[in-house]
Design a protein around this ligand. Structure first.
Ligand code: F0G
Length: 462
């Protein structure tokens, strides 16, 4: 467009719609009781606006649905594989491309190849499935985010960066032989969906090359990261998102992607590396668990949809709208006095329950209590990232997590600005009643990944 307008519009029109799940307060109370105050147990039909995750929840485009019809479902050597391989190679530049059914399958394969006891993987921050797969191989996972990443109240442009001094010190301490890879997660989901700067990525790459340690990228949200670089980093404002993405990939030796995020698909992912030996070993494991290397646990139509999505996501009208709409939610919440992780991330706004509910101690699960109140008030579903997810209950002793956050993850191309305005109104209402929100008590939980299955109830309920 030739003139710059103040209003950034959704850069699409809608061809196919789904109804929202309207419920009454009485119904929601009953649903929440039946789900034992765990939002994973709530049927999606009873949710008005679902912000549980941005993963696999995108709206595909007409071009993606058209590509679905072009899917070649041959077992070996399907045309759809070559279309997909070409799209991944053009984007990343990496030689060996393996489709997998989702991100964690790539993680399991990769760490089976290079992990193992005595090894340590260092990241800006491992996502929880990444950490679980590193640890399942017998290796140790260490996070070295920059210190400002943990200061939620204060904004900084690139809170996804790696702490370079800590990285060098850790390599000196452990020796490069015991570090099979360094990982950069773009954007950093575990700590607020914050971006990594090109400058930091370049320096991490130099350090990794100097010590002959491979650098791998976890690129679930690479396009959002590229857009932040364009907007915030000196020297990139006139470069295209595609060029910026290519530069990001050029600093690493390979990557894996949960395509359920920035490739707009409902299922899919891939692993792409340059090293022929890693590729050969990964393919053996791929065949064992996922399928033949030209389909990797997916249908040909899924490969076609991913190939289209990987190009579509770099459309700058889309990226501008995407980042702006999440920021708009953040601004509205800030104006309403709701404490959030600053600045808003690329795919989500994170509410800071520690600051909103100071009367609830970590053992009363403040972020889960807030997420439940949001559901009760208006049928909005979010996810707790706090002591329910990360707190430890080993030997009966409770150890709180270092954060008590509620993530409002925004599915791609699904909700419009009026949904966002509605969310801001709902959160302002919840926030005005913050003092009345009651702590929760844990009734039962499994040892691992407790947040999926935990059962809770409000304090004071017999
Ligand atoms: N890496 C990152 C940075 C992720 O955010 C995720 C998933 C994965 C890897 C694993 O990919 O789900 O396809 O197996 N994140 C989802 C979320 C689950 O809600 O943030 P997957």
């Amino acid at each position: 467009m030739d003139k710059t307008w103040r209003t950034i519009i959704e850069p699409f029109k809608i061809k196919s719609v789904e109804p929202l799940g309207f419920t009454t307060r009485a119904e929601r109370e009953q649903v929440l009781r039946a789900a034992s105050w765990n939002l994973f147990g709530v049927p999606a039909d009873k949710v008005l606006i679902d912000l549980l995750t941005d993963s696999g929840t995108s709206a595909m485009s007409a071009e993606q649905w058209a590509a679905v019809m072009r899917g070649d479902e041959s077992y070996a050597g399907a045309r759809s594989f070559f279309t997909f391989e070409k799209a991944v190679r053009e984007l990343t530049g990496y030689r060996h491309v393996m489709p997998v059914h989702q991100g964690r399958a790539a993680e399991r394969i990769l760490f089976s190849v290079v992990g193992g006891p005595g090894k340590t993987v260092i990241a800006n921050s491992h996502f929880d499935t990444t950490r679980a797969n590193v640890e399942a191989s017998g290796a140790t996972a260490i996070d070295l985010p920059v210190p400002e990443a943990l200061d939620f109240a204060h904004p900084a442009p690139f809170k996804g960066d790696m702490d370079l001094r800590a990285l060098e010190a850790k390599i000196r301490e452990l020796g490069s032989a015991s570090i099979p890879m360094i990982v950069m997660t773009l954007t950093n989901n575990s700590l607020g969906g914050q971006p990594v700067s090109m400058g930091n990525l370049r320096r991490v790459s130099e350090i990794a090359r100097h010590h002959r340690i491979p650098l791998l990228l976890d690129v679930a949200r690479f396009a959002e990261n590229a857009w932040f670089i364009k907007r915030r980093e000196l020297g990139y404002s006139s470069r295209s998102a595609a060029e910026i993405a290519r530069e990001m990939f050029s600093y690493a030796d390979g990557c894996w992607m949960s395509a359920k995020k920035d490739a707009f698909v409902n299922i899919g992912g891939f692993l792409a590396v340059n090293d022929p030996e890693w590729s050969a070993r990964a393919r053996e494991i791929l065949i064992l668990g996922e399928g033949f290397p030209t389909y990797g646990g997916l249908a040909g139509r899924d490969l076609e949809a991913m190939a289209v999505g990987l190009r579509e996501v770099l459309d700058e009208h889309y990226l501008e709208y995407r980042i702006r709409s999440v920021e708009y939610l953040g601004e509205g919440l800030r104006k309403a006095g709701v404490p959030i992780v600053e600045p808003p991330g690329g795919h989500a706004v994170y509410l800071d329950a520690k600051r909103l509910l100071p009367h609830i101690p970590p053992a009363g699960y403040p972020a889960q209590a807030l997420a439940c109140e949001l559901y009760l008030t208006a049928g909005v579903r979010s996810v707790e990232i706090g002591s329910l997810m990360f707190g430890r209950r080993e030997d009966g002793a409770f150890q709180p997590a270092r954060m008590e956050l509620v993530r409002l993850a925004i599915p791609r191309r699904v909700y419009t600005q009026s949904h966002i305005d509605f969310l801001i109104e709902v959160m302002a209402d919840v926030s005005s009643r913050a003092k009345t929100i009651k702590p929760l008590r844990l009734i039962s939980a499994s040892q691992r990944l407790a947040h999926f299955t935990a059962r809770l109830e409000p304090e004071g309920v017999a």
